[in-house]
Design a binder for this molecule. Structure first.
Ligand code: FES
Ligand SMILES: [Fe+2]
Length: 449
């Protein structure tokens, strides 16, 4: 399907969006080229490939890629394709390739950086235009790969903003994520949960800062948690976190929403230094951090009360309960969410156990909270497939957002600023057809000066 630029431009209004952005397969295809074909996308964490030869597969939009630890100790990202007949080199998942990749079809081999190593019966290729040094006979590397504190991102586009400029203010969430470790480092641990959503990828990004849905969509789990607390006469952590969704609207209104260029943002509660020692697990955590950095810094780190962060196109790192929900679009109405759990190096085991409990109860496929969300996302997909209307509303608190030098802020946590910001970024990506990725306004100003 061909979609004109005028049509694309008309799909996003400042306060609403046309439902075709969620339902049109032609638009999905364009997103794979214009957004996922150029943006920085999270591939995986360096700790997933600690030894030379270790690899893990991932997707960047509709492209299958491999994150690998090469012989020089550096991480590389290559397309999962053999240049002979195009066979996928490694199956989905993780493993160790040994000293080189070997294609399972005709045994062409490739160094761990993807470059051509050998093909059997070489004499058959002599006298032809085959040339081992020609990049077309290697596994192709991604145009750009950068790592930030162990989080590896890749871009299929050779030019555009560097990773730090791309992440903008959202980078502070990755910092706080790692700073919670007394060693300043995290590692993937405890496996990965996968949740298949029967909805468009953008619906989940919108939901991550949608505070208005919590007490409605999660009513059943909130009521169950409250009934259980009453029966027990106490509020254990497991029930406390389920009960949290039932907070009144006034609670959500007090949160602050930050929105950055390229669709990123986060949702933050008031900085509360007491949060650092409120319970035995936080207290033990505080003590190791204070030993490493002093009490004041430890209080700052643990007092930063940031809930979901959005890195648009990649997913959502959760700093307080160390997880990264990686969002991989599969089709216009199918999205795979992979939930990676992290251990804070040097922190007490109880901190990891608590994060695991949180992920199990709130986000895993067996959680009784996540299915509520997955159901409403599917209903959005289904409802938008009807002829009952064309536009999706993002009106809440439109016109009240404040501009900051590096983004926007709403001091009412129920504002739909994050959705408006995501679609402003979406529109910019989709209308900009250049070979390079679009620049953030501050970079564009620098380039023009
Ligand atoms: S397809 Fe890989 S060696 Fe033939
Ligand atoms: Fe939810």
């Amino acid at each position: 399907m061909s979609i004109s630029e005028t049509t694309l431009a008309g799909l996003v209004r400042p306060d609403s969006v046309h439902k075709a952005v969620y339902t049109d397969p032609g638009i999905f295809e364009l997103e794979m080229q214009r957004i996922y074909g150029r943006a920085w996308v999270y591939v995986g964490h360096e700790s997933q490939v600690p030894r030379v030869g270790d690899y893990v597969t991932a997707r960047i939009g509709d492209q299958e890629v491999v994150l690998v630890r090469a012989a020089d100790g550096q991480v590389r990202v290559v397309y999962n394709r053999c240049p002979h007949k195009g066979a996928k080199i490694v199956p989905d998942g993780a493993g160790n390739a040994g000293k080189f990749f070997r294609c399972s079809y005709h045994a062409w081999t490739f160094k761990l950086d993807g470059s051509h190593l050998a093909a059997p019966l070489k004499m058959g290729l002599e006298g032809t235009s085959f040339c081992a040094g020609d990049p077309q006979f290697s596994m192709a590397p991604l145009a750009r790969v950068e790592s930030y504190r162990g989080f590896v991102f890749a871009s299929q586009c050779a030019s555009g903003p560097d990773l730090r400029s791309f992440l903008g203010g959202a980078i502070s969430s990755l910092d706080n994520f790692c700073d919670r470790s007394p060693e300043g480092e995290v590692e993937v641990a405890g496996g990965t949960f996968r949740v298949l959503q029967r909805s468009n990828w953008k619906v989940f990004y919108e939901n991550l800062h949608d505070t208005m849905h919590a007490r409605v969509t999660h009513q059943s789990s909130v009521e169950a948690a409250r009934a259980e607390c009453e029966a027990l006469g106490e509020k254990p952590f497991e029930l406390l976190i389920m009960d949290g969704n039932g907070e009144p609207y006034e609670f959500w209104e007090k949160l602050e929403l930050r929105a950055y260029h390229f669709g990123h943002g986060y949702m933050e509660g008031i900085f509360d230094p007491a949060a650092a020692t409120r319970d035995p697990v936080s207290k033990a955590h505080f003590e190791v951090l204070a030993a490493a950095h002093g009490e004041q810094r430890a209080r700052e780190i643990l007092g930063m009360n940031r809930h979901n962060t959005v890195i648009y196109g990649s997913g959502s790192p959760h700093t307080v309960f160390q997880q990264f929900r990686v969002i991989r679009p599969l089709a216009v109405d199918r999205t795979m969410v992979e939930i990676q759990l992290f251990r804070l190096k040097g922190a007490p085991d109880a901190v990891f156990d608590r994060a695991l409990t949180y992920t199990n109860l709130i986000n895993s496929p067996s959680s009784n909270v996540m299915p509520d969300d997955v159901e409403v996302y599917a209903r959005c997909q289904q409802g938008n497939a009807t002829r009952g209307g064309d536009w999706v509303s993002m009106h809440r608190y439109h016109g009240t957002d404040r501009e900051l030098p590096d983004g926007m802020v709403s001091s009412n946590g129920t504002s739909e600023l994050p959705m408006r910001n995501q679609f402003a970024a979406w529109k910019q990506w989709m209308l900009d057809t250049g070979a390079t990725a679009p620049l953030a306004p501050q970079e564009a100003r620098r380039a023009a000066a």
